[in-house]
Design a binder for this molecule. Sequence first.
Ligand code: XMP
Length: 514
Amino acid sequence: MDRELVIVIDFGGQYNQLVARRVRECNVYCEIYSYKTELSKIREMHPKGIILTGGPSSCYEEGAATCSPELFALGIPVLGLCYGAQLMSHVLGGKVARAAAREYGRTEVDVDQTSRLFTDVTPHTVCWMSHFDYIAQMAPGFRSTASTKNCPVAAAEDEARKLYAIQFHPEVLHTEEGSKMLWHFVRDICGCRGDWKMDSFVEENITAIREKVGGGKVLCALSGGVDSSVAAVLLSRAVGEQLTCVFVDHGLLRKDEGDQVEKVFGSGRNYKLNFIRVNAQERFYQRLAGVSEPEQKRKIIGEEFIRVFEEEAKKIGAVDFLVQGTIYPDVVESGLGGESTVIKSHHNVGGLPDCVDFREILEPLRSLFKDEVRKVGLELGIPEYLVYRQPFPGPGLGVRIVGEVTPEKVKIVQDADAIYREEIAAAGLDRELNQYFAALTNMRSVGVMGDERTYDYAVALRAVKTVDFMTAEAAEIPWGVLKRVMSRIINEVQGVNRVLYDVSSKPPGTIEFE
Ligand code: XMP
């Protein structure tokens, strides 16, 4: 098959998938491989380019992740980023050492426009640095093509051998012209035509799923959210009648959402999903009673979810595969393994008890970012209003109620959230905001209504703008809209006497509350 491929070699850094995503944005197919992959295997894949990414160690330390010098002699263009840049220099005879000053964050960089990577990049531009080592001496044949105040070799290259090293991270949005640099590498230096598109992802995935599943039975956890809906429809296209979709109503959904999901995906509707709805609200409320610690709540919801599935699976006979709509940001924040830290154990990644009675988990969207999942959804013919639904977390309102979850609190947050969403849509802001919802703080405070003293809950409104959900800014909602929402919530929702607007960005906040 004449498919262009660029491979990313993983040295344990946080941004590998982001690099792969940027390559996909150049319309070139990209796969990620461990640094332990045999050179012969890499050769067989005939990649048009190789990108070495970041990693947590120092390349000159014993036992650090490394690569063979032969990798640079294959005649294939190689781009080293951060650790990858240092490793390239180290392996080819340069010197990497501990820098006097660690560089972290937005940094001004001077680039040399005679480099093919930087032809149309502003000579003085902003990049994102994160390193404690630096290239103290370039490998023979290399010349420096960028520098910062503290880093004389912020980029280097050996044009003749098509080897390029960049100390900063062109893949993150903070590097203002980073996408251009990666485009130049992939399209100009590697010479890729760029004819790969999301529809190829869909077709390739369908074929791969078919091969993997064979005649096996597949059970899908359909929540009605964007990710699981896209995963379910992808699976239904791949294996048709072998798929059963179970929709667990855990009582932590948005107002009326259970009925809406059933209306779209239920039997006799648009999709062949063998749709089963399980009303398990009471079970979840019982297990959550008295529990206020966020991670414990997440674990309980995740575990109970799986139990319900197991029970359902038993009813429909042996099941070989369980499908989950995990997407890449869920994977990152649940800890990539190795060096990275767990921020929140995302429900559809962590929390799977050992006793799960399925042969294997299928996660067809695991390498995609949210906006890419939406593109896949559209390719699959899912209606726009479903595809552009804002994300909703697996543990649902469980992570939007601070502290203990009770049916009364669920009702309060559902009603407040419904009003908020109605008003946001009425103000025409719904497409502009990437995620917005009401949450219930665990705080009660004194208020006055009529002539009466009240002692009721405070509802927090959240609205964020984000591209990848890994960083986010609080949105500036017009004051008039906020006032209308406040007044309606306090008048229409019993048990609330205060409405707060959350202005925190992520980091340091997260989007959800727990
Ligand atoms: P945080 O709160 O981590 O959220 O900033 C980032 C994005 O992920 C969603 N989210 C989840 N999605 N299972 C999911 O499927 C989860 O457990 C989960 N927790 C957070 C959140 O809604 C936001 O879009």
